[in-house]
Design a protein around this ligand. Structure first.
Ligand SMILES: [Zn+2]
Length: 168
């Protein structure tokens, strides 16, 4: 499965296709009772008519997004911990409840609901090809070069397509 190890157990509807030496994978994340995730973010939200609403790095170059349900706190993406430039050492993907307090809760712009379905896209270079080019990769599951995260409000159905769209 081409996705970060810390998300693997929540993945459903997994698909991947290989193009040359790249893997493109798509998936959704589901909570046990399928009631959606609460979303917490760090970064700067940009609204554009053409591209919709996006989360970008802010002044401190922070971009981080976390999903929670009753039992889990899942780091979806953090530009200081995830992606190709961070795969050369093992990263700690755990987010404590204490750390979560520094995030802002994301609420649906239309209905203020706080539960969302999550879809993810990743692009990885084939492990053998990547390891030929680069030595010292500690976590291949974290070596993706592109991530897109889309959200859908569980209440009104509003879509936040590619809310995070980050190439490393
Ligand atoms: Zn909504």
């Amino acid at each position: 499965m081409h996705c970060p190890n810390n998300l693997e157990k929540n993945v459903v509807d997994y698909n991947e296709k290989k193009e040359y030496s790249n893997y493109k994978s798509t998936m959704t994340l589901k909570t046990e009772k399928n009631e959606g995730y609460s979303i917490y973010v760090k970064g700067e939200e940009i609204k554009s008519l053409l591209f919709g609403t996006h989360l970008k790095e802010n002044d401190q170059e922070k971009l981080s997004i976390v999903a929670t349900d009753k039992d889990n706190i899942l780091l979806l993406f953090d530009n200081k911990l995830n992606g190709y430039s961070n795969c050369f050492k093992k990263q700690n993907m755990n987010v404590s409840k204490e750390k979560l307090k520094s995030y802002n809760k994301f609420l649906c712009h239309s209905c203020k609901n706080e539960k969302f379905d999550i879809s993810l896209f990743f692009e990885y270079i084939d492990e053998d090809v990547l390891k030929e080019e680069d030595e010292g990769i500690q976590d291949y599951s974290n070596s993706y070069q592109w991530i897109k995260i889309s959200l859908k409000c569980c209440n009104c159905g509003k879509k936040y397509k590619n809310y995070v769209d980050y190439e490393d």
